[in-house]
Design a protein around this ligand. Structure first.
Ligand code: PMP
Length: 438
C-alpha cells in the first residue's frame, strides 16, 4: 500500500509562490532525493507525524535532532504553556536562565560561563568571534563535512590540501573570508599538523564536531580528539567543540563528557557551542567555556554579541523541561536498545538482499550509508550511493516511515518510540530492500 499525498502537492505548489523554494530551510526540500513535493505535516505526537492528507508516519527525522523526547511531550508542553501565560519575552533577565545555565554547566563542566542565543548558527558564529578576540588572531581550521550553521566563516569548503586556504561554499561568502579558513579531513591528525605548521601563528581556533552528526554519525578515531586538543594548544589556538547535535544526544552530558573519551582533561575544549536538544523543540543556542575566554564577551569584554530574543522564557522553560525528562533513569539505555535492534535488523535485511550498507551507530542514533566501505570521513561519506538512498527514502516514506531527505543525515530515536514502531520500521525496511533488490 502506497501513501498518497495530493494535499501536500497542492500546498507545495502554493508555497513555491510565496516562500523561496517552498521551504524555510533547504534541507527540507526533496532536491537530494529526486525532487517533488516535501510532505507537509500538520500534527505530531510522540514518535508520530500526521500529514495534511491524514497519513501517519513514524518519525526518525526528529527535526534534525532536537526532538529527543518525542513530539508534544506533556512535561515540555506544560512548561511552554506556563511560560506563554506569563508573557513570552521580557528583555530583562529571568531566574529561569540561571536554572538552565546551571544545568548545562553541571552536565558540561568545561563551561564556566554560558550565554544563550537563538540558534546553533549564532552559537558557533559567536564562539569564533570570542576565540578571535581572545587570541587576537584571525584564521580558523575546520574539518571537511562538519556543518556549523550558515554564517560566512563556516560555509567554506576545503582548498586542495591542508596547507591551502578555503574556497567559498556559498555564493555571497567573500573570498577574503574564505581566506581565513583552512579545511582538513576529519580523523586526520597529520593534515591538521600540516595546517598548523603552515598557518599556526595566525590560527585563532580549531573547530570540530567532536562526534560528527553531519556526514552521518562518525566517531573520532581513538586519539583524534586528544591529538587535536594537544596540537591546537601547542599552536596557541583555542579548541571549539560544536556540540549542537551531540550534546545530550548520547547521554546526559555532551561528547566531551562521554565515556568513550575517559581522559576528559585531554579532550576538554576551550569553548563549546550548543543548540537543538537544549531548547526542547523551541529556538535556542548557547555557547560557553573557560571563564577567562568568556570574559571577552560584552558587557565584560570587547567582543560584542547580543540578542532581542535570547534567553526568552519559552525556549528556556522548554529546555529545562526537556533536560528534566532526560535526567530520568533508563531513558538513554532504552533509546540505545531500540537503535541496536533497528540498526541490526536493517543491516541483516540489506545483507540478505545483497545491498551494500554500512551503519554507523552511536547509542540511540545512527546513519545508514549505501556503500561497502567504512565511513570515517567526509570523502567516504560522499562516496556512497545517493540514488539508492533516494529510492530507499521514498520506499520508506510511502510506507509511513519519515527519514531525513539526505544520505548524510542520521536516524534519531526518541524516548517516545515504542517496540511496535521499531517492528513496523523493520518490516517496512525489509519490503524496501526486497523491492530494491529486484
Ligand atoms: N552545528 C551543528 C553541528 C549542526 O548540526 C547545526 C544544524 N544542523 C548547526 C550547527 C546550526 O544550527 P541551527 O540550524 O540551529 O542554526
Amino acid at each position: 500500500m502506497t501513501i498518497q499525498r495530493p494535499r501536500s502537492e497542492q500546498l507545495y505548489a502554493e508555497a513555491l509562490e510565496h516562500i523561496v523554494g517552498g521551504v524555510n530551510s533547504p534541507s527540507r526540500s526533496f532536491k537530494a532525493v529526486g525532487g517533488g513535493a516535501p510532505v507537509f505535516m500538520k500534527r505530531a505526537q510522540g514518535a508520530h507525524f500526521w500529514d495534511v492528507d491524514d497519513n501517519r508516519y513514524i518519525d526518525y527525522l526528529c527535526a534534525y535532532g532536537p526532538i529527543i523526547t518525542g513530539h508534544a511531550h506533556p512535561h515540555i508542553t506544560e512548561a511552554i504553556t506556563r511560560a506563554a501565560a506569563n508573557g513570552t519575552l521580557y528583555g530583562t533577565p529571568t531566574e529561569l536562565e540561571i536554572t538552565l545555565a546551571r544545568m548545562l554547566k553541571e552536565a558540561i563542566p568545561s563551561m564556566d560561563k554560558v550565554r544563550f542565543v537563538n540558534s546553533g548558527t549564532e552559537a558557533v558564529m559567536t564562539t569564533i568571534r570570542v576565540a578571535r578576540a581572545y587570541t587576537k588572531r584571525s584564521k580558523i581550521i575546520k574539518f571537511a563535512g562538519c556543518y556549523h550553521g550558515h554564517s560566512d566563516l563556516v560555509l567554506v569548503a576545503a582548498g586542495s590540501g591542508p596547507s591551502t586556504l578555503g574556497i567559498p561554499d556559498s555564493a555571497g561568502v567573500p573570498v577574503s573570508i574564505a581566506n581565513e579558513v583552512i579545511t582538513v579531513p576529519f580523523n586526520d591528525l597529520e593534515a591538521l599538523s600540516v595546517a598548523l605548521e603552515t598557518f599556526g601563528d595566525d590560527v585563532a581556533a580549531v573547530m570540530v564536531e567532536p562526534i560528527v552528526g553531519n556526514f552521518g554519525m562518525v566517531m573520532p578515531e581513538p586519539g583524534f580528539l586528544e591529538g587535536l586538543c594537544r596540537m591546537t594548544r601547542e599552536a596557541g589556538a583555542l579548541v571549539i567543540y560544536d556540540e549542537v547535535i551531540s550534546a545530550f544526544r548520547f547521554h546526559y552530558g555532551s561528547a566531551q563528557t562521554y565515556s568513550a573519551f575517559p581522559d576528559h582533561a585531554a579532550t576538554r575544549p576551550d569553548l563549546t557551542a550548543l543548540g537543538k536538544i537544549i531548547g526542547g523543540g523551541l529556538p535556542i543556542g548557547a555557547y560557553g567555556g573557560r571563564k577567562h575566554v568568556m570574559e571577552q564577551v560584552a558587557p565584560l569584554g570587547p567582543a560584542y554579541q547580543a540578542g532581542t530574543m535570547a534567553g526568552n522564557p519559552a525556549s528556556i522553560s522548554a529546555g529545562i523541561a526537556c533536560l528534566e525528562v532526560l535526567q530520568q533513569p533508563g531513558v538513554y539505555e532504552r533509546m540505545d536498545a531500540q537503535a541496536i535492534e533497528l540498526a541490526s535488523a536493517l543491516q541483516g535485511s540489506a545483507d540478505k538482499h545483497g545491498i551494500p550498507l554500512t551503519i554507523n551507530r552511536i547509542r540511540g542514533s545512527f546513519s545508514a550509508h549505501f556503500c561497502d566501505h567504512p565511513v570515517t570521513n567526509y570523502d567516504e561519506a560522499q562516496d556512497t550511493d545517493g540514488e539508492r538512498f533516494a529510492e530507499f527514502f521514498r520506499l520508506m516514506l510511502d510506507q509511513g516511515i519519515c527519514l531525513a531527505p539526505s544520505k548524510y543525515e542520521a536516524w534519531f530515536l526518541t524516548t517516545a518510540h515504542t517496540s511496535e514502531d521499531i517492528a513496523a520500521t523493520i518490516a517496512a525496511a525489509e519490503r524496501a530492500f526486497a523491492q530494491m533488490a529486484r
